[in-house]
Design a protein around this ligand. Structure first.
Ligand SMILES: C[S@@+](CC[C@H](N)C(=O)[O-])C[C@H]1O[C@@H](n2cnc3c(N)ncnc32)[C@H](O)[C@@H]1O
Length: 250
């Protein structure tokens, strides 16, 4: 009986399960974490935050209450009767810029393009053919990105934010692995962030950032890194070692 009763409560988590992603995306788009960070730890009242973001206070209050309940931002008391918002470790990851930011990844995965395949998951399970992304969009994610620069930028920015987080851990713990390598090719290296960080820490390495032509054509310049466009299934540039780091479902 207790389990049955609990089930009737738990089901609501799934009915409204989408709200976590939606509210997180809203917080990033509004720039809530960026405003709080700019205050150097000083608590920001609801009135101040609403005014800084040009938001409706009652709606922003509800957004903040939802997030604080999940340890994204904190509300603290100050000056006896006032309360204000400050950053939490989780909310700091939502800042638009910074080495630890995961904001671009949230914006990619919460985009309508990336969510559409999930709406067809049951069809994918029943079918024997195309991936869920192909079923939703008619082509794979990389062809779709080549034809849709705005989506390509969402992917490249998300990968770059992941690269900054992952490379910081790799450089801290495994820099010795790269000793003795003269030339390194990063296969599917996105906008070159990975190699930019690597070559900066290991200046003896010449980096080749290899990715699809539409990706390298918009990639930024990094000292010591050459961009080469191509298809890894045909051939990859010659180097002493190849590096592969992929985090994306298809
Ligand atoms: C999941 S992302 C990984 C990005 C980066 N390595 C990281 O982890 O931050 C995969 C990358 O591979 C590239 N890619 C996909 N198919 C490719 C192909 N056939 N040849 C070369 N690059 C490809 C994509 O454009 C994308 O930048």
């Amino acid at each position: 009986m207790e389990e049955e009763a609990q089930a009737k409560v738990d089901i609501w988590k799934y009915v409204f399960g989408f709200t976590e992603m939606a509210v997180l995306k809203c917080a990033i788009e509004l720039g809530i974490a960026d405003v709080l960070e700019s205050q150097d730890g000083r608590p920001v009242t609801l009135a101040e935050l609403s005014s800084a973001l040009s938001c409706s206070p009652p709606i922003l209050y509800r957004v903040m209450r939802f997030l604080i309940h999940r340890k994204i931002f904190k509300e603290i008391s100050f000056n006896q009767e006032s309360t204000g918002y400050v950053q939490s470790p989780l909310s700091r990851l939502l800042m638009k810029k910074g080495d630890n930011s995961m904001a671009a990844f949230v914006l990619l995965e919460s985009s309508p393009v990336m969510l559409a395949p999930w709406h067809g998951l049951s069809a994918r399970a029943l079918a024997t053919g195309a991936s869920a992304f192909v079923a939703a969009h008619g082509e794979d994610v990389w062809c779709y990105a080549a034809a849709n620069p705005a989506h390509s930028k969402l992917i490249d920015d998300a990968m770059a934010c992941h690269a900054r987080v992952a490379m910081s851990a790799i450089m801290e713990n495994y820099v010795d692995v790269f000793k003795g390598i003269g030339c390194l090719v990063d296969v599917g290296g996105g906008d070159g962030t990975t190699l930019g960080i690597l070559v900066n820490k290991c200046p003896w390495i010449r980096g080749i950032n290899f990715d699809l032509p539409h990706v390298v054509s918009t990639a930024q310049n990094w000292d010591g890194v050459e961009h080469i466009g191509g298809n890894m299934f045909e051939k990859i540039p010659k180097a002493d070692a190849a590096f592969l780091m992929w985090v994306l479902h298809d």
